[in-house]
Design a protein around this ligand. Structure first.
Ligand code: ADP
Length: 216
């Protein structure tokens, strides 16, 4: 299956993507994670992305589209993938459509995670992520680790993302509304969009998502 996950920052895309990818046996491709890996390795691509991310802006398409296509053409993504954080504007959506068409492929579904804005800010401000594995995500209130600052799953160090400060979150939300939301209409016109609520327990949302994908 080829799936795109969309939703505002804080909707839980990363958390859900990890479970869904596992359930569906397809790779989870997160452009945010790819950028963060490049930043921590100090690559030229990471250096280009860093300032934009810190400001809550989109990394330019020239950088993002090439990186995403590269990852999608890896052998493990041949029979499907779950895209998380890409495409994030219309130009990226068109680039993805074009790349799939060239390969004679198409998307199966676009899953839109819906969450109220005040909930988004609460979720992100308390979010803590494991340095060793970004799919290990905690929240200081809603899913606190047993020991402060330590990942329950692997013992890695938990940290707050640079762009999870409140001012940056508001900027990211504004960018989501102006740049990313239009791709939902783009895909709706192709009959691909299913919207589900991202409120409730993580497992509940995963079950809802699997139902929406016809895989329950
Ligand atoms: P979230 O979904 O919580 O905002 P991500 O990890 O997906 O977090 O993205 C973090 C940041 O990485 C974005 O605010 C943006 O700066 C950059 N980024 C990620 N994906 C893209 C993309 N497809 N195009 C441009 N910038 C991106």
């Amino acid at each position: 299956m080829r799936i795109v996950l969309v939703g505002p920052p804080g909707a839980g895309k990363g958390t859900q993507a990890a479970f869904l990818a596992e359930n569906l046996s397809i790779p989870h491709i997160s452009t945010g994670d790819l950028f963060r890996a490049n930043i921590s390795q100090g690559t030229p691509l990471g250096k280009q992305a860093q300032e934009y991310m810190r400001a809550g802006q989109l990394v330019p398409d020239e950088v993002t589209i090439g990186m995403a296509k590269d990852r999608m053409s890896a052998p493990d993504a041949e029979s499907g993938f779950l895209l998380d954080g890409f495409p994030r504007n219309l130009a990226q959506a068109q680039a993805l459509d074009g790349a799939l068409k060239e390969e004679g492929q198409q998307l199966d579904a676009v899953l839109d995670l819906e969450v109220p804005e005040d909930e988004v800010v609460k979720r992100i401000a308390g979010r803590r992520i494991c340095r060793a594995d970004s799919s290990h995500v905690f929240h200081v209130e809603y899913s606190a680790p047993k020991q402060d600052g330590v990942c329950d799953v692997c013992g890695g160090e938990l940290y707050q993302r640079d762009d999870d400060r409140e001012e940056t979150v508001r900027k990211r939300l504004a960018v989501y509304h102006s740049e990313t939301e239009p791709i939902i209409d783009h895909y709706r016109a192709q009959g691909l969009v299913t919207t589900i609520s991202a409120l409730g327990e993580v497992a509940e949302v995963t079950a809802r998502a699997m139902r929406a994908l016809g895989r329950d």
